[in-house]
Design a protein around this ligand. Structure first.
Ligand code: C2R
Length: 189
């Protein structure tokens, strides 16, 4: 255990430059994960939700993860999102040290597309929930959207934006369907 966790801890916290209050803490086990999961940040940007992003590892920097997770709530964060690949224990360890909701992103790997990450994130023992999204595909984006939905429970303006977002999906799919119908007909004409 660190003697002065505060100093050590904040030295490593490198909030991304945004002027909004950070409500979501995004963690990843390695900077090598970022290209695979950055859609999580894009989803939060879409809803103008403030967040910070940090690399830390339950395996490589266990004290740092402990300090981050156990102080996250008092620092004003409301949701944690933890991404890790392979033996992905980061989300579970965060969940062990906070009462904030923790969303786990299994990072795709070469082993069956990230089945290792998926199982080690999702298969939590009872009492320590980790809301796990898919490995790859829409997983990282869904993690961001799920965080927005959690925040929207106590934020009417976010809630309104989510309603608009859902409506937007209907017209988006309608447009895609129309384009598909056109493309299907065109080769025949
Ligand atoms: P490197 O690319 O740094 O070797 O990391 C990372 O998330 C990454 O996908 C390889 C992979 O190791 C993962 N990692 C974990 C944890 N820490 C790092 N699964 C953890 O604490 O769970």
């Amino acid at each position: 255990m660190l003697n002065n966790p505060g100093t050590f801890f904040y030295f490593f916290i490198t909030p991304m430059t945004n002027t909004k209050k950070n409500r979501v803490g995004i963690l990843m086990g390695s900077d090598s994960d970022w290209p695979k999961i950055k859609a999580v940040a894009a989803a939060l940007d879409e809803f103008e939700v403030g967040y910070e992003v940090n690399v830390m590892s339950a395996h490589r920097t266990p004290d740092l993860v402990f300090n981050y997770a156990q102080s996250a709530k008092e620092r004003g964060l409301q949701v944690l999102i933890a991404a890790a690949g392979g033996a992905a224990h980061l989300a579970g360890v965060c969940a062990a040290h906070t009462i904030l909701p923790v969303i786990g992103i299994p990072v795709p790997t070469e082993l069956a597309g990230g089945l290792d990450s998926l199982l080690s994130t999702v298969q939590m023992p009872g009492d320590i929930p980790v809301a796990t999204v898919g490995a790859g595909m829409g997983g990282p984006r869904n993690a961001g959207l799920l965080a927005v939905q959690i925040l929207a429970l106590s934020d009417p303006s976010l809630s309104d934006r989510l309603i608009q977002f859902k409506r937007g999906l209907v017209s988006k799919v309608k447009q895609r369907n129309e384009s598909l119908q056109k493309a299907l007909i065109e080769p025949l004409t």
